[in-house]
Write a protein that binds this ligand. Sequence first.
Ligand code: HEC
Ligand code: HEC
Length: 337
Amino acid sequence: MLDFNTNHKALVLTAFSVFVVLSFGVAILPASQMEKYEALPEQEDLTDQEFEGLRVYIGEGCVACHTQQVRNIEMDQVWGKRPSIPEDYHFSKKRMDVWRQSASLLGSERTGPDLTDIGKRQPSESWQLLHLYNPRAVVKESVMPSFPWLFKEVDSNRVKESDAVVAVPSQFLNDKSKKIVASEDALQLVAYLKSLKQPKMPENSEPEFIPFSKKKKEGGDQTADASSGLDGKDLFSSTCASCHQASGEGVPGAFPSLVGSDIVNTDDAEQMIRIILEGYNELEDYGPMPGFADQLSDAEIAAIMTYERSSWGNDAPEVKEEDVKKVRADLENATNP
Ligand code: HEC
Ligand code: HEC
């Protein structure tokens, strides 16, 4: 038998062999397996700005609370259209620098939502900046920390035209005479967040979510049939309330109130349908609102509008799916006649 107490050569050799075997099994083999995965056809490389944003993301420790992996179980369906696959992480073959391998961003903790598809879910730069400056300005009950060091306080009369001024409601300002300007780091970080979108898969090759259990699925189909009526309130809170807030009152200075709005309260719904489909950038003092044409069906838009037009003291007639269909068709004809 080997006696490690007296045979030092055997001790060193054994330890070294274990080290080599483990390095191979834990690091080299998995890395070489990743090599065989190619980028998906619609996947884009990170731009330089987005890559710098990735460094900020790592530096600020966002991975402590946010995952970037949609697991193939049904409860993860809210975070993406399909489960994540190895190809999704293709970009991470790029080294961070000579000393550091690709970034590990899968995360293991979901104190906050998964960010795999955040670029689609929340494409608004103004929302992202305000949220980083002070999450509670847009999500009242948020427990996410604020990142004020990514912003500069600048005297109102010193603001340059090129500065990215963040519309911060006055109750969140320490000094009301100052404006909040996003630093280069903040802009890069937001560019990175906006780049996080699940790339589309080639036709018919989408992996599927595993349902909770077979039994549930069979039962589930029935309930889906019974409740095909959409809930405008639920849809509003998942798509619009991040900016306009559940109360419809918006965030002063950043997102306008829908309570008593003329556009919401007219009988003719066309302009409001257009705003939701195409986005909007007409009001002074407000940044742009993104469009929802790709995300919401005609029926969903109709349900949201009907809810908005009959809530918080608003009073305007119901909107039907056909109304939305007509405006969508008009817009499509106008762009590709
Ligand atoms: C201590 C935990 C924690 C840390 C660290 C953290 N977050 Fe969050 N984050 C949360 C929580 C909780 C929420 C949900 C509440 C909210 O939206 O503010 C959230 C929400 C978000 C959202 C909105 C997600 C959605 O689906 O609406 C984004 C984007 C985000 N965080 C980005 C970041 C970035 C970028 C960083 C790093 C600079 C970061 N977070 C650091 C906890 C955290
Ligand atoms: C990312 C933030 C954001 C989200 C999400 C959002 N909006 Fe907006 N919305 C805005 C901003 C900003 C404006 C003002 C745009 C401008 O500058 O004209 C606006 C304006 C509007 C207006 C016009 C109000 C008026 O009185 O002029 C309506 C109506 C509206 N939004 C409805 C919706 C609906 C419905 C949804 C959900 C489907 C939605 N918004 C989602 C940010 C948002």
